[in-house]
Every structure is written in structure tokens, then in C-alpha cells.
Design a binder for this molecule. Structure first.
Ligand code: AHG
Ligand code: MN
Ligand code: MN
Length: 313
């Protein structure tokens, strides 16, 4: 590795960084495979046709929706990695068991293309991934051995944690992920808020909490994509994202296995918090694959206030 003239810094790539984490070679391999898959996903997002599933292209061939295509890209890579026994994804109704000679080592739960409805208006989207040892898919998020997301924005960034802090990598012109921020940390409170759902469907406590945020001068930052919205909070190091229970939707919208657990793991690793209003997201024992949960995630004091107001009504 050489440095550019005038620069004194070596670039650290993802594999090298993972190797420094004192984790198993299999986990290093798995995370690198996911990073490789994301290069095909971003290619599909950037160049794929925006047809919905079932429509056909110029040649009369069937087109896959981008989220279905992204799911296949990632699943194929996971199957071929040789270290995965069980796969669940937001795009699949059932658990996918990988038939390996030896028992696979990891279960992977993922949302292949979060915010897929934002692609046609050219907003940022992402992939969210959660990794467990063994083959139990319905275990608490606290048991994750790794969590990560890839953000497809003006730049492609890869943010991961194996339980030793949160680190950001950015894709360079050679499509390699190189370290851009190490040990991302959250401040106790901040002035950014990202509120999901319709405000007129919020409960009394959440409405009061929003007024509290407004009174303290918080700025609204909501794109409708969980990955860019949370990435903003994580990398600015402050603020809160929420998708509360809505009138008629007591579980909110976001999915525990594919969206909330990996994000909560990363947030806690950065010194922030994530709760459903009563208990930490990571302590919820999932009962089904498509389980949803309300969520308040971000700076600890802001999340604490959300819980306080929530319990008031
Ligand atoms: P997906 O595209 O995987 O179905 O998820 C979209 C999610 C998430 O990205 C975002 O935070 C939320 O939906 C936005 O929902 P609202 O438009 O209801 O606020
Ligand atoms: Mn999603
Ligand atoms: Mn999705």
C-alpha cells in the first residue's frame, strides 16, 4: 500500500480493519462477502429499470423490482459464502435453510433494499444486515455478533459493528471500502429529529414529546429512508429517530428483525439508545419473522425524554 504524495495516512480497507477486531475468520469472510454483494446492489439501483415486478422490458423479458433483485443478489452471495446456515429477509416469507456439508455457522437477517420506493424519486436507500451465530432466527437482538448497513447516497458508505465500536467505510473509485470514521460516538442529546408516520395519528405522549423537541429548537430531518435518516443522526453524533405507535397501527411500521435490531445494535455500540417506549429494542424476544415495533432511537437523553413523555399519558 502506498500513500499519495503529500499524504501521510495509509488507507485502511474493510478486510484489514475486520482482521484487527479479533473476530473469527469466518465472520471476516461473511462481512466482506456482504460488502461485495452491495457493489452489485448499488449497480442495480443505479442502472436497473424502475419497473415493478411483473412488468416487462424492451425485449419483453420480465423485470424484477429492485428490492426483489437486491434480495437475490445478497442471498446468492450468502449461500455461496459457505459460512451461513440460515437466511431470513424482508423480501422472503419463510426461513431459507442453506444446505451445507458441515453445519453453517451464521444466521443472517436482512433488508436488501430499505426505502425502495424512494429510488424513483432519486433519494438515498440502503441495505441493512444483522448477523447471529447458530441457526435461531427468533432471538433477541442483543445476541447479534455483527450488524451493518450500506448507504447508497451520493457516496456509498458501509457502517458496521462487531461489538467493538462503530466504524464507517466509504467506497473509493476502485469500489473498495476504505475507513473514513472510526469509533463513531453519540452525544447525550441533540437537535435533529426524524419522526416517521403521520403526526395526527400519534398518541398524546408522543405529540407532547414532539412539542418538547420543537421547543428546544430541534430541526426536522426526515427523508423517509431509515438508512440515510439514521446515518445522519449517527454521523452527526446527535438527535433522535422515531417511528412510534400510530392510531390504528400499535406496532408502528418498522420491522424488528430486518430494520430495528441491526440499527439498535449500532446505536448502542455508538453510545446511544434504542427503545420501543418500554424496553430496549435489543431485549425484545421476537415471536415472528415480520414482527414490527415502535422505536425511539438516538441520543440517550432524547430517547429517555421520549420514554418519559410516553409514560405520562
Ligand atoms: P421498506 O422500503 O424496506 O419497506 O422500508 C421503508 C421504511 C423506512 O425506510 C422508513 O423509515 C419508513 O419506511 C418510512 O415510512 P413513512 O413513509 O411511513 O414515514
Ligand atoms: Mn425496510
Ligand atoms: Mn425493503
Amino acid at each position: 500500500m502506498h500513500s499519495e504524495p503529500g499524504s501521510t495516512k495509509f488507507q485502511i480497507d474493510l478486510r484489514r480493519h475486520l482482521r484487527q477486531q479479533n473476530i473469527s475468520d469466518n465472520l471476516v469472510h461473511l462481512i466482506c462477502e456482504i460488502a461485495e454483494a452491495s457493489k452489485y446492489v448499488i449497480n442495480a439501483v443505479r442502472t436497473g429499470e424502475l419497473g415493478v415486478a411483473g412488468t416487462s422490458n424492451l425485449y419483453g423479458e420480465e423485470q424484477l423490482a429492485l428490492d426483489v433483485l437486491s434480495d437475490r443478489i445478497i442471498r446468492k452471495r450468502l449461500v455461496h459464502s459457505g459460512v451461513v446456515c440460515t437466511i431470513v429477509s424482508e423480501e422472503m416469507d419463510e426461513i431459507f435453510q442453506v444446505h451445507t456439508d458441515s453445519d453453517g455457522l451464521y444466521t443472517v437477517a436482512y433488508d436488501p433494499l430499505d426505502g425502495s420506493s424512494l429510488v424513483d424519486v432519486n433519494l438515498a436507500v440502503g441495505t441493512i444486515v444483522s448477523i447471529y451465530e447458530g441457526n435461531d432466527v427468533l432471538q433477541c437482538g442483543r445476541n447479534q455478533v455483527a450488524a451493518l448497513y450500506v448507504l447508497y447516497g451520493p457516496r456509498v458508505t458501509f457502517v458496521y459493528s462487531v461489538g467493538k465500536g462503530v466504524h464507517e467505510f466509504t467506497m473509493n473509485h476502485l469500489m473498495e471500502f476504505t475507513l473514513t470514521r472510526e469509533n463513531i460516538r453519540m452525544q447525550p442529546s441533540g437537535k435533529i429529529y426524524s419522526p416517521g408516520g403521520q403526526r395526527n395519528l400519534y398518541g398524546k405522549g408522543v405529540e407532547k414529546f414532539v412539542r418538547y423537541l420543537e421547543a428546544k429548537g430541534s430541526k426536522l430531518r426526515y427523508s423517509g429512508g431509515l438508512v440515510p435518516d439514521l446515518n445522519q443522526i449517527l454521523l452527526k453524533g446527535k438527535g433522535i429517530f422515531m417511528y412510534p405507535a400510530l392510531n390504528g397501527f400499535p406496532e408502528g411500521k418498522l420491522r424488528l428483525l430486518f430494520e430495528l435490531n441491526p440499527m439498535a445494535f449500532l446505536m448502542e455500540q455508538a453510545g446511544g439508545a434504542a427503545t420501543n417506549g418500554c424496553i430496549p429494542i435489543l431485549d425484545i424476544k421476537p415471536e415472528k419473522l415480520d414482527q414490527r415495533s415502535p422505536v425511539f432511537i438516538g441520543s440517550t437523553e432524547d430517547v429517555g425524554k421520549a420514554v418519559e413523555y410516553g409514560n405520562e399519558s
